[in-house]
Design a protein around this ligand. Structure first.
Ligand code: SAM
Ligand code: GLN
Length: 284
């Protein structure tokens, strides 16, 4: 008799297969993909190890495995990513929100609380909307404008705004950095812009380099192109006492803070969970 594809057996098989293919977290990826296809939490898998899969479930799971070994990020395969405890829909048109970016969100939420009940902020290069929509979630009276150059990303961010029930407090713009916000004044401008130096792109993991949008990553020769423009232009859109808060890549905090010095009165640098300088805040 042929052995049945039970949950336990297929997970073990996938873990081995992913390992052979140099997938970084073979077991976790196998579990996330399978629990998604079964429409269950991951814990379900552990209490139903001996349960066989339906042929349709097995077929869908095989398709997901095939995509994963072609280096499609898990978040794109299942169509979502958790960020700040919230679920964001993501597609190949949006960067997958990173845990590091939660530092920027926490810093912004804390500082915006000092700007009254209903602060106004902008999120530049919003992608899936991860930054903007989570700040709106945690500050229930805040209002925001977002800008992204990608209309496809904007469509995803709009869906996320509706799902997170903050759509009535956000206006989406398609365009280049601060250009669509001329004449507007904010308590804060937030951004996780593309910041990978051109020469470092080839060394990124294939999941990032081949599958995430290049317009979300490439920051010019030294990775600082977007910071040059944001630090020069943001003060015109900030209230007195307002701030620009940006995520930065490794070794970029000091040069970005230096770019902000001429136009801002004070800068702060915050570290991420790994101790890497990750966020620069510049106060007008
Ligand atoms: N904010 C999201 C996050 O943190 O997960 C996405 C950040 S991703 C690193 C940068 C975003 O900036 C991308 O969505 C990209 O489309 C957008 N972008 C690139 N160039 C831009 C420009 N000139 N003006 C506005 N947005 C731009
Ligand atoms: N943090 C992303 C990475 O390391 C880059 C995102 C960005 O350029 N802002 O792949």
């Amino acid at each position: 008799m042929q052995e049945l594809w039970t949950i336990g057996r297929i997970l073990k098989w996938t873990e081995q297969y992913f390992k052979q293919k140099n997938i970084e977290s073979p077991r976790l990826d196998a579990e996330v993909l399978l629990s998604h296809i079964l429409g269950r939490e991951r814990i379900y898998l552990y209490v139903h190890f001996d349960e066989p899969l339906e042929p349709t479930e097995l077929a869908r799971y095989r398709e997901a495995i095939k995509q994963r070994v072609q280096r499609v990020p898990v978040a794109y395969i299942i169509g979502e990513k958790e960020f700040m405890g919230l679920t964001f829909r993501v597609t190949a048109d949006t960067l997958v929100p990173r845990p590091d970016t939660e530092i920027l969100v926490q810093a912004a939420v804390e500082r915006l609380r000092a700007h009254g009940e209903a602060p106004r902020f902008a999120d530049i290069g919003t992608g899936s909307g991860a930054i903007c929509l989570s700040v709106l979630h945690f500050l229930p009276k805040a209002q925001a404008d977002t800008v992204d150059i990608s209309p496809a990303a904007r469509a995803v961010a709009e869906e996320n705004a509706a799902a997170l029930e903050v759509a009535d407090r956000v206006t989406f713009h398609t365009g280049d950095l601060l250009a669509p916000l001329a004449g507007q004044c904010y308590d804060a401008i937030l951004s996780n812009p593309p910041y990978i130096p051109d020469g470092d792109i080839a060394a990124l993991a294939p999941e990032v380099r081949l599958k995430e949008p290049r317009t979300a990553l490439a920051g010019g020769k030294d990775g600082l192109d977007f910071y040059r423009r944001l630090t020069a232009d943001a003060p015109a859109n900030l209230k007195d006492g307002g701030f620009l808060a940006v995520e930065v890549g490794i070794h970029q905090a000091a040069p970005v803070a230096a770019l902000a010095v001429p136009a801002f009165s004070r800068t702060e640098i915050l570290k991420d969970y790994a101790g890497i300088e990750r966020v620069v805040i510049a106060w007008k």
